[in-house]
Design a protein around this ligand. Sequence first.
Ligand code: NDP
Length: 433
Amino acid sequence: VEQNPGECEFHQAVKEVLDSLKLVIDANEEEYRTIGLLERLVEPERVISFRVPWVDDKGQVQVNKGYRVQFNSAIGPYKGGLRFHPSVNQGILKFLGFEQIFKNSLTGLPIGGGKGGSNFDPKGKSDREVMAFCQSFMTELSKYIGADQDVPAGDIGVGAREIGFLYGQYKRITGLYEGVLTGKGLTYGGSLVRTQATGYGLVYILDEMLKNHNQTLEGKTVVVSGSGNVAIYATEKVQQLGGKVVALSDSDGYVYDPNGIQLDIVKEIKEVRRGRIKEYAEQVESAVYTEGKGIWTVPCDIALPCATQNELDLNDAKALKENGCIAVAEGANMPTTREATDYLLENGVLFMPGKAANAGGVATSALEMSQNSQRLSWTAEEVDEKLKGIMKDIYQKTSDAAKRYGVEGNYVIGANIAGFEKVVDAMKAQGIV
Ligand code: NDP
């Protein structure tokens, strides 16, 4: 804490991981101490921070902060998204980069952990302003990334439009047409199903968890927070598997539609118009919009937090339990506070943590990297099958690791241990670096 002042989300993520690794750490304490394993694990290999100047539509110069945290490359090139949101700071990106190490390890694919972004807010900006920002951001970032070095992707505030502008500038500066970013458009090296992958993967692993507890999604009422990329495609897959999503949100408020969310309308509002979730209630008679937080008071069988970190606190967890919620799976990164997670686990609510539950996005990004390297494109069916297989495998590894350490059904501990083991093995083999 003293060495990383003010980085509270980073402290929170490290504490959660180290606490849940206690059994493994205790068993190997001396060895880990001798090789400084934990000290190296919590220190990023590199943090790059830079100035991003750009000119807005009024001709005024704006300056934002840009970052790339290259956290751990033990098992592959750094891989992790870029986040553009006013709340972004070094501590948040370090928490995300740290989580990413274990998530990427869990996918079974050769990708290390990284994360980056800026405090730039794409909301309310013109396309030209977003392009000017992205070009300036990439002008600096391009010095530190590459297809075999560091491969960023999207995250909050970075979707297809931003990835396109970033890719164009990378190519212009380096002259390389290579898989340096994932989440690209289909006409320039993108993979089918990448857009859907995080949301779909979340529901695949949820389904797997439910089946292992003699439940299915059929007929279940589901609440999904957020209304961005992850939330939209989680909703789509829940609906395909027979569940009913009754609420979605954004940072202003939430909509409740007892008849079930009509996703085509949400997609039109969010993906075409870049509007607010409130507009759904203006268009759909059965829907009600409520300003502010409060989505977790909507009664449901299953809750899927898909917006941002620490959006589901202890009171929310209590409300969910009281209303009969049986399962929570995290689409976002660390959306559930530590107290809320502990409460849910202690009260018998099935809980799948983000590093396992939302790994489908980065896994499919790794599949995009493979296709780029081979200069091939797989069909949607091929990618979706692989994604399904990967999510099933993550469930199995997570569940097995929990069992091995005598905490069956605790997927928080299971995911951390399973992700940790592979990284530790690779770090040990590569010496003190
Ligand atoms: P988007 O930008 O597409 O959507 C984010 C959604 O969350 C928006 O509805 C946004 O509302 C809401 N949101 C963001 N910040 C806040 C906040 N502070 N309070 C309340 N709501 C907020 O991002 P994604 O869907 O891509 O990402 C959502 C989460 O999933 C993040 O935690 C991300 O790290 C995680 N994730 C994403 C992956 C991906 O492939 N995209 C992969 C793995 C994890 P508003 O419009 O009001 O800001």
